[in-house]
Design a protein around this ligand. Structure first.
Ligand code: SF4
Ligand code: SF4
Ligand code: SF4
Length: 311
């Protein structure tokens, strides 16, 4: 039985980095991983979260007044903070006319999502695009995701699922057989290093990577690259070896760290582990690309095909 309702935290139309062509990317809430530098920390919890922006808050107190749980108080500086009594009702966000409080995550039906996805069918057809389901980890809401993928199929919209691959094999298989393309993140190959980075073991991830390749569906492996964390030669070689060992040929797209999610941590009231982290140098990115290409893989960087420089 597939679920007709799930929790969505964003929908981006005309996305160009989430698969081929122009796409509508639907972000589903919930993720079992706790990756350092996660660029969508507001998507990790399955339930809605509140983002607050100190730079927009006038400290008018309207949200404090509106809170039915009495959970909000104004600190000496900055936007109000909520305590454990918060029920995530969203009344504070509705009361804020300065857009300083944002309620992230809302229940949507499959039909709600399809109504948005179907608006741009003409652009998908012209560009070779479609709908991408991302997160969080979209497999966290597998039943809803399956229903969304079925809905797209019924509309004739091609689909991609952007995943960490962290799910049990049956769940992954049910999603995988419905998706036209899987964008599969492989962050660290070594098991202990992966657990230290993402907070989960990668056994299931690696098994699902192989499962997708064996199933014969299209897959692009993506390597988010964090300087000093996973951009070393050892991990680059292990990643190349892993992808080259799969039953079918798959490209690999390097996604250099950009730090664009950093501001979200402050809005969530969370510390950000990447405060001192700079994007990897172009030379380092090229070195990793060269290592991967050495395994006979088609390599791209943020979607642009990479060629070794000619001497
Ligand atoms: S978050 Fe909005 S409603 Fe609350 S004090 Fe700030 S400006 Fe006023
Ligand atoms: S979400 Fe609801 S309970 Fe939580 S702080 Fe806002 S108004 Fe109060
Ligand atoms: S898998 Fe993705 S959404 Fe989940 S914590 Fe890691 S980077 Fe964030």
């Amino acid at each position: 039985m597939v679920s007709r309702m799930g929790i969505v935290f964003d929908i981006k139309r005309f996305a160009v980095h989430d698969g081929p062509g122009l796409r509508t990317t639907v972000f589903l809430k919930g993720c079992p991983c706790t990756c350092r530098f996660c660029h969508n920390p507001e998507g990790q919890a399955l339930e809605p979260v509140i983002l607050r922006r100190d730079d927009r808050c006038t400290r008018c107190g309207a949200c404090v007044e509106a809170c039915p749980a009495g959970a909000l108080s104004l600190p000496a500086r900055g936007a109000p903070v909520a305590d454990a009594r918060c029920t995530r009702c969203g009344a504070c966000a509705e009361a804020c006319v300065f857009d300083a409080t944002e309620f992230v995550g809302r229940e949507m039906t499959v039909e709600d999502v399809m109504a948005v996805v179907s608006r741009d069918i003409i652009f998908y057809d012209e560009s070779g695009g479609g709908a991408t389901f991302s997160g969080g980890e979209p497999l966290c809401q597998a039943e809803f995701l399956c229903a969304l993928l079925d809905g797209c199929r019924d509309l004739g919209v091609r689909t991609a699922v952007d995943t960490s691959g962290h799910a049990d094999g049956d769940t992954f298989a049910r999603v995988s057989r419905r998706a036209d393309l899987v964008l599969f993140d492989v962050k660290v190959v070594d098991a202990a290093r992966h657990e230290a980075f993402a907070g989960v073991r990668n056994d299931a991830i690696l098994a699902n990577l192989r499962r997708r390749s064996e199933d014969g569906g299209a897959m692009l492996v993506r390597l988010p690259l964090f300087p000093g964390v996973n951009d070393d030669d050892e991990n680059a070689r292990a990643t190349g070896e892993l992808i080259a060992s799969l039953p079918r040929r798959h490209g690999v797209d390097i996604l250099p760290y950009h730090g664009l999610g950093a501001h979200k941590y402050a809005r969530l009231g969370l510390p950000y582990a990447g405060a001192q982290l700079a994007p990897p140098s172009p030379e380092r990115v090229a070195e990793v690309a060269r290592t991967l290409a050495g395994f006979g893989l088609d390599v791209s960087i943020r979607g642009d095909a990479w060629e070794p420089p000619r001497d």
